[in-house]
Design a protein around this ligand. Sequence first.
Ligand code: NAP
Length: 238
Amino acid sequence: MSKNIAIIGSSGAIGNAFVEHYLKDNAVEKIFSFSRSVNSHTSKKIYSFDIDIESQESIEKAASYLEGCYLDRVIIASGVLHTESFQPEKSIKDLNYETLSKVYSVNTIGPALVGKYFLPLLNKKNKSVMAFLSARVGSISDNKVGGWYSYRSSKSALNQIVKNFSIEMKRSNPNAVILALQPGTVESKFSEPFKKNISKDKLFSPDFSVDMMSKVIESANSSSSGNLIAWDGEVISP
Ligand SMILES: NC(=O)c1ccc[n+]([C@@H]2O[C@H](COP(=O)([O-])OP(=O)(O)OC[C@H]3O[C@@H](n4cnc5c(N)ncnc54)[C@H](OP(=O)(O)O)[C@@H]3O)[C@@H](O)[C@H]2O)c1
């Protein structure tokens, strides 16, 4: 059976590793790659489009390119933790409107709107999966050290949205599985400023993390839909 895949945020370390992963899979017919930057891949399997996750219009337009096409796997690999203008908050005094808005916009509102426009494109005949890259720090019960206010809470809210999607999709498309995924700590622009605190065996390559998450995606079923699941299959409590 030939599969169609969409990767949102394909320019990132994890998004690009998902593109590479599915390129090697002979069961995959088409990979729809969405990002703000130009894609350097030359494979005929890859169809590249622009998306700005902070614009509803852009997300709607991105989904409209796929009209009439069903999707078997959709991976939302976009996200932000820090930029040139801000770092994650260490303390209450670091909270400010601009950072909170930016992080919620990219990590929560954008993915919610991707759901709005891409969930109806999921294959209804066979198992389909929409997986959102989330984070363990989005688990409220797991929060022991505090800090990272915007990022943590943006991912907690994303996890809630994923749960809601899973409940509603059970009615409209029982073959759809909706997941939030924790990739582990993965080498990327995103983790660069924090990697000195991570022991070598706990800092994964994007390829390793994606191979592990793909196993989670393939083994997931309707009973796992709505969960936050780590790279090694651990279901993380909300
Ligand atoms: N790396 C880790 O250790 C780690 C740990 C836990 C969770 N995660 C999660 O995993 C996901 C991917 O992380 P990564 O390590 O691959 O980070 P990354 O290499 O920095 O990639 C982030 C991606 O998000 C995209 N993005 C940001 N703002 C966007 C916007 N407005 N519109 C469209 N795309 C936008 C970036 O696109 P541009 O190239 O256009 O900026 C890039 O493709 C994130 O959701 C992150 O929260 C990562």
